[in-house]
Design a protein around this ligand. Structure first.
Ligand SMILES: [Zn+2]
Length: 436
């Protein structure tokens, strides 16, 4: 029997990344990600479209929850095999999966349902992680050989090459934007028989890094040089916070922003920064303070001016950022600087969209702080970078599948691949099975 591949998630959308390979002798997954986005996402997270006990192993592209977040549930439902990931991914998961479980337990408590998985189950599944190195071939099964390559998306992220009897499958994972700090550029791959390529930004380009840093410098300088207010930055704990610290140090070095204290007030961001420092370099940043304890966090509330306060969650939906908004959002001498995507319905989106007041801890606060939105800091390759990476293949794959993109973005990238390179390309439907 020939091998086949089923697109179980991140098909026509960007979350729930999960691909089931079946060689006839062995079944395995690439990624086991959580679906995000309201009730529909929650529903999809509850049911696997296969028997977890039949999965021999999992190849994991990176630590983001939409790629890894259902691993504890998979293990709790009978999956006993190894999960292959890079060392940095494994370290990040040790922080992120228990944190995700904690959120699941909290939500289940409010809604009086069973949690998707518990903290204990998340801890237990960490024992199934097996670390692999970039560029080192390994055989998770006698008939399957794999190589991980640096995807340059977040720390530890990988492109996965899978050699099967029918040929070579390349799964791009999430690809990074070239020229970014902390991570390398995505590794070029020369050959594939079947290619799965992400398309998050398949239909658009990012602003240039120069322009983005100009915007960031302006947003920070405007408030800090007045010496009257603080800058509050809601930021994703993993990746974005470390990138911000790099750019703040860079802008200081260029004397484009004044010196002062920089608080990282999120236990997850502190943990992710420590892991980053073990694997990559961050420039020295004077005045940098990590406030892990609640007492230290609360002490920031007394700081009236001159501080940059970076905290999570990135979309202001929970976490300590809400305390910092409470103490700064009503003060016209302060600034709130958004550096990441704000999904519809979130508090962050409301502020970005110009809300006159916000509700925090059951009280209304007028929005008087200056609001800045910096859009250029994405961890994903934009349209030109995706086409650049695709253009490095020396020959056309038999078939390219465009995954991990909303329908318009995926369709646009597919058309660019067909028109620009003359390859066979398709956007698979959720649940679609194809022969390899
Ligand atoms: Zn990702």
């Amino acid at each position: 029997m020939a091998s086949n591949l089923t697109f179980l998630g991140a098909a026509g959308e960007v979350t729930g990344s999960c691909y089931l390979f079946d060689t006839g002798k062995v079944k395995f997954l690439a990624d086991c990600g959580m679906f995000q986005g309201g009730r529909e996402g929650q529903r999809k997270n509850r049911r696997f479209h296969f028997d977890p006990r039949e999965i021999a192993f999992v190849l994991l592209s990176h630590a983001h929850i939409d790629h890894s977040g259902l691993l504890p549930r998979l293990a709790a439902q009978g999956f006993e095999g190894p999960v292959y990931a890079t060392a940095a991914t494994a370290e990040l998961l040790a922080v992120m999966l228990p944190d995700s479980a904690h959120l699941q337990e909290k939500e289940a408590g409010w809604e009086r349902t069973e949690p998707l998985y518990t903290v204990a189950q998340a801890q237990a599944c960490l024992g199934q992680l097996r670390t692999v190195e970039y560029a080192m071939a390994f055989k998770p099964d006698p008939a399957v050989r794999c190589v991980f390559r640096d995807a340059g998306h977040i720390l530890g992220s990988a492109i996965i090459e899978i050699f099967l009897p029918e040929g070579k499958v390349v799964f791009s994972g999430d690809l990074g934007q070239p020229g970014r700090p902390i991570v390398e550029d995505p590794t070029p791959v020369a050959e594939a028989d079947v290619l799965l390529v992400e398309s998050t930004y398949g239909d658009r380009n990012h602003k240039s890094l120069v322009q983005t840093l100009d915007e960031l410098a302006f947003a920070l300088c405007d408030t800090l040089s007045s010496k009257r207010g603080n800058v509050v930055i809601p930021s994703f704990a993993v990746g974005r916070t470390q990138e911000l610290l790099h750019y703040i140090a860079e802008l200081r070095r260029q004397r484009r922003i004044p010196p002062g204290d920089v608080y990282v007030d999120s236990p997850m961001a502190s943990a992710a920064t420590r892991i980053t420092l073990r694997h990559a370099k961050l420039p020295e940043l004077e005045g940098l303070r990590f406030t892990d304890s609640l007492e230290d966090s609360m002490r920031i509330n007394g700081v009236r001016s001159g501080a940059i306060i970076i905290s999570a969650s990135g979309m202001c939906e929970g976490g300590r950022i809400r305390h910092h908004l409470r103490y700064n959002v009503a003060r016209p001498e302060c600034a709130i600087v958004f550096v990441g995507f704000q999904a519809a319905g979130t508090l962050g989106r409301k502020i970005v969209d110009g809300a006159k007041s916000v509700r925090l801890f059951r009280e209304n606060y007028p929005v008087r702080a200056k609001i800045f939105t910096i859009n250029g800091l994405s961890a994903h390759a934009d349209r030109d970078a995706l086409l650049g990476w695709i253009g490095q293949f020396r020959r056309a794959p038999r078939q390219a599948y465009v995954v991990h993109g909303e329908p318009l973005a995926a369709e646009a990238l597919k058309n660019s691949i067909v028109d620009g390179y003359g390859w066979r390309a398709a956007v698979p439907a959720p649940g679609q099975r194809v022969p390899l």
